[in-house]
Design a protein around this ligand. Sequence first.
Ligand code: ADP
Ligand code: MG
Length: 365
Amino acid sequence: MAQPSTTALPVQLQSLSKFYGAVHAVEDVSFDIKAGEFLTLLGPSGSGKTTLLMMIAGFNRPTKGSIRIGGQEIVHLPPHKRNIGMVFQNYALFPHMSVGENIAYPLRLRKIGRAEVEDRVRKALDLVQLGGYADRRTSELSGGQRQRVALARAIIFEPRILLMDEPLSALDKQLRETMQIEIRKLHDRLGMTTISVTHDQREALTMSDRIAVFSKGRLAQVATPTCLYDQPQSQFIAEFIGESSFLPLRKASGGLAYGGQVIQFAETSPDTFDKPMLMLRPERLHLCALEEANKGADGNIFDGQVQTVVFQGDSLLYEVVLSEGHRVVVRVPNRSDDLRRMPQAGNRVALRLDRADTRIVRAEG
Ligand code: ADP
Ligand code: MG
């Protein structure tokens, strides 16, 4: 995490709910966002991300619960008294104003003098790499430039908190990836507490100190990107963040078993759930010819047959059907020396999973 600025404030959500009749848009959400943290709300469409963000911004009143900024309860405060900067998905720029006038707007609302406004607009434009654009019309700008203007307008009054709702979803992939890094750098320079919404797991992994994953209005898990990826608490998280195949395990006398074998873990017996699933990340599996598989190796070995091989440039994607019938996806990096020796569709193969990479998650449903 970047060094928080001295004015950065924590945000605390406690038992927060929003109901629309029978629709529980947000249900009983509690967690803290640290001062200066970049936190992303991640979840599928309809999981309650925008509703939660709008409650923090003050445009949407909670049915229940508390929101504190810097320890102060703000649920009863109108949006303009919360001192929060906001960036929307569709930019929401004023079309009849120039770039400079758009950015100056929050300062004019606050009755700040002309000279200071001009100075701060110039600095804000430099910060988002639009120096010299003050007099342009917003209609003359590209999507990426418009989003930079929206960002400059959101931060120019030095809000205590910055909120962004799907800020990059209108941009094409390449620009989106550039802007992810740019926004993260800007956050690191300003150090303000930032809460961003996305449904794009890669964007969340790229930008965030921590990610709060939502499912059907509820908080499923909040953790750092590495922790969410390597130690997801449920099959939902494992499927939503990264790719994964799953094998159902059963309880056996020696531990948890798949087919005829007891699964080996790095640590002593892991927590068990009602329906434990073995999580297999495609890049953590080692693919080898059946005769090369060392059955005495330290780890878990599964037999199967290659169904398809797809060349994806940087890697090869294998679909393997195990002897027990489950499908497993394996990603093999494209290293030129390996390619010719790689198994083909129809070949019998073995998959090895090191103990250190052996994880179970709770099955859905
Ligand atoms: P997300 O931003 O994750 O896509 P939303 O917060 O927009 O999700 O919506 C969460 C749920 O609340 C959805 O089922 C949505 O249909 C419902 N919802 C959102 N706003 C309203 C509203 N004003 N009236 C009724 N239902 C709403
Ligand atoms: Mg939304």
